[in-house]
Design a protein around this ligand. Structure first.
Ligand code: AMP
Length: 186
């Protein structure tokens, strides 16, 4: 695992988060190294560290942000906390069939199967500047589909934030049009 360069406090926060991520081999299917972020949620200081680092990066790089969009399900753990810190709203991007009212959807491939992302038609408006949040970037399919969904409504994706990036799966290549920010790279 690699740590990004930063000051002492920054580094201490990164290490605190890393200590609270568990690896489960062969979950949910053989061959997948599943990164479990649940211990981060259980440890208040680690959860604060995630939100601190996301907030810091947003304020430095994307102060113009209008709204945070979180990807089901683990983007919901962190997205609303960041939105509250920044004083902006949060909107969910969900799996198919979960959201009421008019929606738009997109199907895509993931590291271990196929999936569909969906958003409510009135979640974002044209010109709104959005930061997308998920726990992990693997092949990048989920994040890419979510970006396209937001762009369908002419929202602008400022950045894609994740706690963990799995480097070998090259998700960032799929997201070459977007700015990806990750706290930990494995
Ligand atoms: P992908 O679309 O391949 O980038 O997959 C990212 C989505 O699948 C995220 O929402 C992750 O929560 C989940 N995911 C994919 N691979 C893993 C993994 N190895 N460990 C934990 N979650 C994963």
């Amino acid at each position: 695992m690699e740590f990004a360069m930063g000051n002492g406090t920054h580094q201490a926060k990164i290490e605190l988060i890393a200590r609270n991520i568990r690896n489960f081999p062969d979950f949910p299917v053989k061959g997948i190294q599943f990164k479990d972020v649940c211990p981060v949620l259980k440890e208040p200081s680690a959860l604060s560290a995630v939100v601190d680092l996301f907030e810091e990066h947003t304020r430095q790089t994307f102060p113009q942000v209008d709204i945070i969009a979180g990807i089901e399900a683990r983007g919901f753990f962190f997205g609303p906390l960041l939105a509250q810190r920044l004083g902006v709203g949060f909107v969910p991007i969900r799996k198919k069939g979960k959201l009421p009212g008019p929606t738009a959807s997109l199907s895509y491939t993931i590291e271990y199967g196929e999936d569909v992302v969906e958003i409510q038609e009135d979640a974002v408006t044209a010109g709104q500047k959005v930061i997308l949040i998920d726990d992990l970037l693997a092949t990048g399919g989920t994040m890419q589909a979510s970006c396209k969904l937001l762009e369908k409504y002419e929202a602008e994706v400022l950045g894609c934030f994740v706690i963990i990036k799995l480097k070998d799966l090259k998700g960032e290549e799929k997201l070459h049009n977007y700015k990806v920010f990750s706290l930990l790279q494995y």
